[in-house]
Every structure is written in structure tokens, then in C-alpha cells.
Design a protein around this ligand. Structure first.
Ligand code: MSP
Length: 516
């Protein structure tokens, strides 16, 4: 294990009460694209996702399906969640389940530490609880007795519980977010967190006594640990929280912690930007560098959700458009941090104009011309100064945007370059030059420049569309000469003339087939 600190990114861990929908996939794809981008920057990366399996919501779902909670979770994880991420080409390094011993043991140890540090006390919780949110509510969070988010009646709890002194950390948290704007993004999310902290924060009940589907409180086994307290810890238990520094877990922790980015939806921002760092502060553990809250995918103007029967399965979209178009579309169409509506019409329009026409056709035209005019072999290295200069600024803009989680800005910069390359081909008219034998050198130059631009596009789009760019990489002969596409560095993309002369091109599958 190298000593270099890894870029550590997490997704929320998903409730296994149901199968994944495109809202869940949105977060995980964003995380996958960002971590692939960082890997291509040559960084050591650790990418974690997983499942949140305890709590009343999952327990009730299992009961209504007449299976034990553990069997239900095992089934959903193996039959729905893991295959979904494989199908979407998600390259996570680890997958944590909160029912695993590695998690449960570290959670109990952490809880004991917080008690020893004087931040846990016995108290009584009386008030509303929404099982959909798995959250203790205030009367102001309700609308006619129903949770405003789920539109469903809440439970009224009256329980003797264990409490965490959350309120003790408010001044430290406020100072943190005021001094470190990058710690919570976008700015709207940070403002929300600051306003919440300033509005007065109560201590938090962190155990439940009326059901048993959870991790037992170590010193009071009649209670289970509150599901969010358990779940938030996954980010740290998965990398060895609290382990002996000399052990494997301890070394992993030193290499990954603090997390660089927790990606979350805006609905779970407070848990991540208030409760989670306070828990870590109470244990004297470093807090994450950034919590980034993205917006919601909306259907009919409302947050898309299974419970409102508006959930769309990722396969509903990938069966029609393919996996890479799915990965591309949501990041390209919606500014990350803002809500966005999904529509089949918009997705079809972008698929056809941006992917099939601008990108796919450029590649297939180039390959057809190299086959027709150059015997299928990339001609001598040439350099178009205009394209080379534009590529340099494209890489700079895209890199700056991607590492700032501005996926739309990054993809736009790359696709603008793609448009310019199309313009270059249209202006230079290689098919016309080919008719004049005295202009062979010029023909070769135009084709080389186009090919090398496509080499750059393939590398830059690889984190977003890994499978399609792999096909393209092979068909321009780059795999055989330059090695794996995933090992091409972002910093090397703008060097012009990388694709070697003499590469053999082969006509591969159509990258983005016409839609039915
Ligand atoms: N289990 C908790 C998270 C615990 S993390 C320590 C949870 N799970 S969830 O399955 O309900 O939601 C997980 C993520 O999916 C959240 O970030 C949520 O914002 C995201 N999305 C669920 N529906 C969504 C949309 N319609 N649009 C975008 N993201 C959405 O919360």
C-alpha cells in the first residue's frame, strides 16, 4: 500500500427497501465519473458505495414481504443493487453493507468512545418520527400530521433513548462552514446549513427501543442504534475507523481519511453536513473535506421516487439508449447541484445531435476515410496549430470543471472541441482533396489531424462513457500502440501527435446506433 493519500469519494448508502431508480443512479454515476477522472489524472483513488440495511423502513418492507430483514437485504443487494451498478459500469473499489461485521463492530466501538468522551446521555424522546425519512421531526416539519416529504402520517414516539450532545458542536460547525466555503457546496447548500445551525439545533436521539432491527447499543442491548447514526459511520468504518494504526485497517484509514467528497442528494444534506461532522468532532477524528449536495431528478415537477410511483428503473432507459448515453445525459443536461426534469424527448434529442451525430459520426467518417484513402493505416504525424491550441484550452477548462464537480461545464468543453473537429473536417473537405492525386500530402494531414483529435476525445470522454470510448480506442488502433485507454493521463491529452503513424484502424460497431 503506498503512503500517498487517496482521493476518497463516497456515495450515500442506499436503503434496500426497494430496487434502484434513476435518482439513485444519478448520484452513483456522478461519483463514478469523478473518480474515473481523478484516476486518469494519475491519482490514487478510493471509491465507496453500499447499502443502508437497518431501521424500521427496511424492517417493515421485509415483514410485508414475509421474509426476515436479513434475507430481504441479502436478496435485494445481490439481485438488484449490485447487478445494477455492474450494468451501469460503476467501478467502485468497495461496497459496504451496514449488516456486515466489519461495520457493526466499528460502530459499536465508536459509540462507546463517544460515551466515554462524555457526549452521550440518557433522555426521553417524545415527538413525531417519519419512517420514510427515518428522521425525528419537529411539529414544523409536518403538514396536517403528515411528513412534508413523504406525504404520509408520522409515528408518535415516546421512548427512553440515548442522546448525542449535538448542540455542543454548533459553534465549531458554524465557524467551519464560514471559514471553509469549499466544505459544503454548492453555495445554496452551505447557506442552508448555516441557516439551520443558526436556527438552534437540539441534541439528537441516537437509539430506538421499540424494535430490534439494528446494531445493539453496546452498554444497553435493549436498544438499537438509530439508523442514521449507524449509516453515516459507513464512510469511516469501511476504511478501518478506530483500528490500530499498524493494522491493515489502520493503514487504510491513514491513506483515505478524511474523505475528499461525500456526494449526497440535497434531501440528506443536514445529516451529512451537521450530524456527521459533529459525530467525528466528538471522537477527535478529522472531518470530511467536502459535502456536495446535488439536486433532484424531477418527474412532473416533483422529486422522482418509488414511494410516489414515479420511479424509473435505470434499465428502462439503458435498454433504449444504452448505458453510456445514460451516464452522459444526466450530467450533461443538468447543472450538478440543481434540480432537473427528465424527459424522453430531451434525451432523444441530445442522443441524436450530440452523441450520434457530433461524436459517433465523426468517428465513423474518419475510420471510413482512413480505410478508403490510406489503406486502413493512420498516415504520418501532422499538426494543425488551431486544433492543437484549442485542445490545450479544452483540457484545461475540462479538468478545472470536472474536479470542481461541474460535470456539465466539463462535458460541454469537450463536446465543443468535438464540434470544432467536425467543423474542421467540413471545411477541409478531405473527400474533395482525395480526388486530386497531387494533394495526397494535404489529404493525409487532414486525416491525421482528425484522427489525433479523436484520440484526445476518446480519452477525455472515457470517464463519462467508458464502453463506447473503449470501442473507439480499439478501432483507431490506439489500444495496440498506446496501451489501455484508462491509463492515458489527462495531463498528456493535449500533447499533439500522440497517435502513432501506422496504427491500423478497424471498423468497429456503430458507437451510437440510430434510435428505433
Ligand atoms: N440511506 C440513506 C442515505 C444514508 S447515507 C449515510 C438514504 N437512502 S436513499 O436510498 O433514500 O437515497 C439515497 C440517495 O438517492 C440520496 O442522496 C437521495 O438524494 C438520492 N435520490 C433519491 N431520489 C432522488 C431523485 N429523485 N433525484 C436525485 N437523487 C435522488 O437517503
Amino acid at each position: 500500500m503506498s503512503a500517498e493519500k487517496s482521493f476518497y469519494l463516497t456515495t450515500p448508502i442506499y436503503y434496500v427497501n426497494d430496487a434502484p431508480h434513476i435518482g439513485h443512479a444519478y448520484t452513483t454515476v456522478a461519483g463514478d465519473v469523478l473518480t474515473r477522472w481523478h484516476r486518469q489524472r494519475g491519482e490514487s483513488v478510493w471509491f465507496l458505495t453500499g447499502t443502508d440495511e437497518h431501521g424500521e423502513k427496511v424492517m417493515n418492507t421485509a415483514a410485508s414481504n414475509n421474509v426476515s430483514p436479513q434475507d430481504w437485504c441479502d436478496r435485494l443487494v445481490e439481485d438488484a443493487w449490485k447487478p445494477n451498478w455492474t450494468a451501469l459500469n460503476i467501478a467502485n473499489d468497495d461496497f459496504i453493507r451496514t449488516t456486515e461485521p466489519r461495520h457493526e463492530e466499528r460502530v459499536q466501538r465508536f459509540m462507546t468512545l463517544l460515551k466515554d468522551n462524555g457526549y452521550i446521555y440518557a433522555g426521553k424522546f417524545e415527538g413525531p418520527y417519519c419512517i420514510g425519512c427515518e428522521e425525528f421531526k419537529l411539529p414544523g416539519d409536518l403538514d396536517e400530521g403528515k411528513c412534508k416529504i413523504h406525504g404520509k402520517p408520522v409515528e408518535m414516539l415516546s421512548e427512553d433513548n440515548w442522546f448525542f450532545k449535538l448542540s455542543a458542536f454548533v459553534p465549531q460547525l458554524l465557524e467551519h462552514y464560514k471559514n471553509n466555503p469549499e466544505a459544503c457546496e454548492p453555495a445554496s447548500a452551505r447557506n442552508e446549513v448555516i441557516a439551520f445551525l443558526e436556527s438552534g439545533v437540539r441534541d439528537l436521539s441516537i437509539s430506538r427501543s421499540t424494535f430490534d432491527w439494528g446494531i445493539p447499543v453496546p452498554w444497553d442491548t435493549a436498544q438499537v442504534i438509530y439508523v442514521w447514526f449507524d449509516a453515516l459511520l459507513n464512510y469511516a468504518t469501511a476504511v478501518g475507523l478506530g483500528d490500530d494504526p499498524a493494522s491493515e485497517g489502520g493503514k487504510k484509514f491513514a491513506q483515505t481519511w478524511p474523505a475528499d467528497v461525500h456526494l449526497v442528494g440535497k434531501d440528506i444534506l443536514r445529516f451529512h453536513a451537521v450530524i456527521w461532522p459533529a459525530m467525528l468532532m466528538a471522537a477527535n477524528v478529522a472531518i470530511p473535506k467536502k459535502v456536495f449536495a446535488h439536486g433532484w431528478l424531477l418527474v412532473g415537477g416533483e422529486k422522482m421516487s418509488k414511494s410516489k410511483l414515479t420511479g424509473i428503473a435505470p434499465s428502462d432507459i439503458t435498454d433504449h439508449f444504452g448505458v453510456d448515453a445514460f451516464r452522459y445525459y444526466f450530467l450533461r443536461a443538468i447543472p450538478f447541484g440543481t434540480d432537473g426534469s427528465f424527459s424522453w424527448e430531451d434525451m432523444s434529442a441530445r442522443y441524436t445531435s450530440e452523441l450520434a451525430n457530433d461524436f459517433g459520426n465523426l468517428a465513423s467518417r474518419l475510420i471510413a476515410m482512413i480505410e478508403k484513402y490510406c489503406g486502413g493505416v493512420i498516415p504520418a504525424v501532422a499538426k494543425d496549430a488551431g486544433l492543437a491550441a484549442l485542445l490545450e484550452t479544452t483540457v484545461q477548462t475540462a479538468d478545472k470543471a470536472m474536479v470542481a464537480l461541474d460535470f456539465q461545464g466539463g462535458i460541454n468543453a469537450i463536446m465543443d472541441f468535438c464540434k470544432r473537429v467536425n467543423g474542421y473536417v467540413t471545411e477541409r473537405e478531405p473527400w474533395a482533396i482525395a480526388k486530386d492525386e497531387s494533394r495526397t500530402a494535404e489529404l493525409n494531414e487532414v486525416l491525421y489531424n482528425t484522427a489525433d483529435a479523436i484520440r484526445a476525445l476518446a480519452v477525455l470522454l472515457h470517464p463519462v462513457m467508458p464502453a463506447t470510448t473503449q470501442t473507439l480506442w480499439e478501432s483507431i488502433g490506439a489500444e495496440a500502440t498506446l496501451g489501455k485507454i484508462s491509463e492515458q493521463k489527462i495531463s498528456g491529452v493535449s500533447t499533439w501527435g500522440v497517435l502513432p503513424a501506422g496504427c491500423k484502424v478497424t471498423k468497429g460497431a456503430v458507437l451510437f446506433p440510430r434510435l428505433e
